[in-house]
Design a protein around this ligand. Structure first.
Ligand code: PTJ
Length: 252
């Protein structure tokens, strides 16, 4: 049950997101550690002023173009992402012809099924990676995240990983896949190693990416390629860091 947060509370939005996650935890979708991970995200969100920055928007444009151009795009989802954006995950998958795969760090069959159920309740027709379907292995990865669907992440050319932990991004890049990360922590290994890093909250980024996918549906391939490849992730991350530092300095 969601607690009632007064609309005029100065931090209403942020408190409502917390309530969603606590509810997701109670219904077996979010893991305890997911609540802690969200706290780390919130701290970084505070530093970027809880807005989608110009840099985040640039990264989103490249990411959506990459997904549309991809032959086998996959959206990899975990507990937090499904809890916060199931509807947008399904919509973005539809618009970019991407598959949706459940890939959990704290993997249990019960959670996989609960996540699949929520995605299907939001319109997903097929969900990859659940149970014995995750029969392929990402090389050199020790966590449970190494188990992937041979028809999903394993053979994908572009993988969207919202809210990722640690070393999987690096392993996927080594497999020659393009990895799109959504991570508020711009200093994380995921952010640094991804092909495109969207430094934004998933709750803001995913609806914007759905809008962009609608806009780009009929865009010429040459324009999509320009958006997808005319993007420099290292430079963009550096600008995001400068943005935070400038914001902090202006408080002196
Ligand atoms: O559902 P599971 O079992 O796959 O577990 C999911 C968690 C999130 C617990 C697991 O992947 C994990 O431990 O992740 P980390 O290592 O804490 O990394 C999560 C990253 O996402 C951190 O860099 C956070 O700053 C960032 N983050 C947290 N909340 C958000 C976020 N980024 C964008 N939007 C958010 N709402």
């Amino acid at each position: 049950m969601l607690r009632n947060i007064p609309e005029n509370h100065p931090r209403a939005k942020s408190l409502q997101i917390r309530e969603l996650l606590v509810d997701g935890f109670r219904s077996g979708i979010v893991v305890e550690e997911g609540l802690i991970a969200h706290g780390r995200g919130e701290a970084f969100d505070y530093l970027i002023g809880e807005i989608s920055t110009e840099q985040a928007l640039k990264a989103m444009k490249s990411a959506v173009a990459l997904m549309i151009l991809a032959e086998r795009p996959v959206i990899s989802v975990n507990g937090n992402t499904t809890c916060l954006c199931a509807k947008e995950v399904v919509k973005l998958a539809e618009l970019t012809s991407a598959r949706i795969e459940v890939n959990l760090f704290y993997r249990t069959y019960e959670r996989e099924v609960a996540i699949e159920r929520l995605l299907k309740a939001n319109g997903a027709k097929e969900v990859y990676g659940v149970g014995s379907r995750a029969s392929a292995t990402i090389p050199e990865l020790m966590s449970d995240r190494r188990r992937v669907d041979p028809d999903g992440i394993y053979t994908a050319d572009v993988v969207l990983v919202p809210l990722e932990d640690g070393d999987r991004t690096e392993a996927l890049v080594k497999m020659k896949k393009k990895v799109i990360a959504i991570d508020l922590n711009l200093l994380s290994r995921t952010s640094q190693k991804a092909t495109v890093t969207i430094v934004d909250n998933v709750v803001r980024a995913m609806p914007k990416m759905v809008q962009l996918a609608k806009q780009y549906a009929h865009l010429q391939e040459s324009k999509l390629q320009k958006l997808a490849y005319g993007f420099d992730n290292t430079k963009n991350l550096e600008k995001s860091l400068q943005y935070i530092l400038k914001g902090l300095k202006s408080r002196d």
